[in-house]
Design a protein around this ligand. Sequence first.
Ligand code: SAM
Length: 242
Amino acid sequence: MESQNKAEEKSFFGAQAKADKYDVFSAASNQRIIQSFADLSGLEAGALVADLGCGSGAFTTLLQDRGYQSVGLDLSEDLLHRGTEHYPGVAFVTGDVEALPFPDGALDGILLSGIIHHLPDPMACANEVFRVLKPGGSFVAFDPNRLNPFMYLYRDRSSPFYSNVGVTANERPVIPSHVAKVFRSAGLSATSDFIADLHYQYVASGKVRWALPIYNFLSSTLFRPRFMARFGAFVLTSGRKP
Ligand SMILES: C[S@@+](CC[C@H](N)C(=O)[O-])C[C@H]1O[C@@H](n2cnc3c(N)ncnc32)[C@H](O)[C@@H]1O
C-alpha cells in the first residue's frame, strides 16, 4: 500500500497558509460538524479532545467554544501559525497522525478533521487513535464520500472529470465501508453516517467556483431522502474504544 507523501502535504498546505484561504465550509456547516461530533461521541463539556489535521484551527476553536478542552494537531507548521494568530487562546501542537505525540490512553475524544482521505492507508492512524484514547473514549471522522457522484466525478483520480486543482496528490474521497473496516481492525467500534448539506464557501478552482451555489443546493436536496443518504457528500465514521 502507498504511503503518504508528507513533504508534498506540507508544501501544499504551506501555500494555502500563505494565501490564508483554508476555511472551505460555511460557518453553519462548521457548526453542523461540531454538533455531529457532540452527538456521535456523546462527550460532555470538559472532555479532553484532540482535533487531528486541524489546519488553521477552525474546528479546534469551535470544540473549545463548545466547552471541550481541545488541542489541535497538524503536520503543517504554517497552518498552525495561522491558527495561533487567529485563535490566540487555543492550544496547538505540530505532529503526524501516524505517530501521535500523546501518551497512551490520554484522550477522551478525537475529531479526525478531514484527514483520513489524505492518507493512502489509514491503518497507522487508526492504530494511533486506538492507542491514545482512554477506554470508552470516542472518535469521529469526516471525509468526502466516494459514493457521492459529485465527489467521485470531480475528486476521484479514476474519473474522467477529475480535477487536481486545490487538492494534494495524497488525497481522494473515501469508501465509507473501507474506513469503518480499518477502524474495526484497529480494535475500535465503527459505524458510518452521512451528511448531505455541508455547504462550501470556497473551492480553489476559479473555473468551477461560480457553480458552488448550484452544487450546494443539489447536494442538500438530492441526498436528503433516507434511501439516498449513503450517497451524501460527506461520511462521518465514528466509534469507541472498548
Ligand atoms: C482537508 S485539510 C483539513 C483542515 C481542517 N481540519 C479543516 O477542515 O479546515 C487536511 C489537514 O490535514 C493535515 N495533514 C495531512 N496529513 C497529515 C498528517 N499525516 N498528520 C497531521 N496532519 C496532517 C494537513 O496539513 C491539513 O491541514
